[in-house]
Ligand binder design. Structure first.
Ligand code: ATP
Ligand code: MG
Length: 312
């Protein structure tokens, strides 16, 4: 595992030698998380003892509705806080050599672990380019959400605009540069979310259901974009219900059910294992309290706080 980005065949061959068991150590983990617990009232949404994500790989996080996948993403990226659990060691995770326990979303983003965000109401009322410039704010030394305030982002260096334009060309959104993001199709919005996340040159990108609501005509291009990221050396961790996509592009699959990691392995093995099939069959189909709920409150509050600080 010396060459990076890894040769995909070599990476897969290496992963194929691992024991397919929850929490298994990876040859070169970029992310390691321990004791991550999140309770909502009496309900335990996430209870992950230990998990490692292989650098340079595409890892899929799958599991039935309500398994805790989105909550786990929110915890890892600092948009939610673990619940202290008595008798358990404190939650901790390390990313690319940096350790976190309680940390802010801004710090996590600056360390190079970026998650995509859905275009919430506030963001759909901004242009495509403005959305991209918010992504640039993730860069070291810059404020994560300052981009929401026009006079502040107007001062930004020309480089950010140039990078945004380059990414928009790559994602075939350049013709939409000055359109309101709300007017994009479902698939184009997903592309914009991904392009925006790339503004800060992340070493790992986290995608929550990148294929949801995407018209079949765009799914192929989304898949190709994700594979290209990986080929450029970006680690990809994604949540997805579309099992064809998971099988097609993942190097490794982690399965969550009822907050716990119940299986891990190669896509062709893990997705057909009886534990995984049982987890899906036994799942309750809860109402999806997906990221929009969390983001509308948590993210907007963060934005407001930071903007207030910035303009003081
Ligand atoms: N803010 C919240 N308040 C209370 N309960 C929550 C909250 N967020 C999530 N939950 C609950 O935590 C559990 C895990 O939810 P989560 O959204 O993380 O699941 P998921 O695996 O992402 O599901 P889906 O595949 O449907 O997106 C669910 O039972 C959900 O109802
Ligand atoms: Mg979810």
């Amino acid at each position: 595992m010396t060459n990076y980005p890894y040769d995909r065949a070599a990476l897969r061959a290496n992963l194929a030698t691992l024991e397919q068991t929850p929490g298994v150590a990876k040859p070169d983990p970029i992310l390691t998380a321990d004791n991550v617990v999140r309770r909502f009232g009496g309900m335990t949404a996430v209870d992950v003892d230990h998990v490692e994500v292989q650098r340079g790989a595409i890892t899929a996080l799958i599991g039935p509705n309500g398994a805790g996948k989105t909550t786990f993403f929110n915890l890892l990226t600092g948009f939610d806080r673990p619940t202290p659990a008595s008798g358990r060691e404190k939650a901790s995770w390390s990313f690319d050599g940096k350790s976190f326990s309680r940390t802010s979303a801004t710090k996590v983003a600056r360390s190079g672990m970026i998650r995509t965000f859905q275009l919430t109401k506030a963001l759909t009322r901004m242009t495509v380019l403005e959305n991209m410039l918010i992504g640039a704010a993730n860069q070291p030394g810059e404020n994560l959400f300052v981009g929401l305030v026009k006079p502040l982002w107007a001062k930004r260096e020309r480089e950010n605009v140039e990078r945004a334009e380059e990414l928009l060309r790559r994602f075939k959104l350049d013709a939409k540069r000055d359109d309101m993001a709300g007017g994009l199709s479902g698939g184009q919005k997903k592309l914009l979310e991904m392009a925006r996340a790339l503004m800060s040159n992340p070493s790992m990108i986290m995608l929550d259901e990148p294929m949801a609501g995407v018209n079949p005509a765009l799914t192929q291009s989304l898949l190709e974009h994700i594979e290209t990221l990986r080929d450029e050396g970006t680690t990809v961790l994604f949540v997805e219900h579309d099992m064809h996509m998971v099988r097609h592009i993942s190097d490794w699959v982690v399965v969550m059910a009822q907050g716990k990691i119940i299986a891990e392995g190669l896509p062709e093995d893990v997705m057909t294992s009886s534990a995984v099939i049982d987890a899906y069959l036994g799942a309750h189909h809860d109402r999806d309290l997906g990221d929009d709920d969390v983001i509308n409150t948590e993210m907007i509050r963060t934005i407001e706080e930071q903007v207030r600080e910035e303009t003081r």
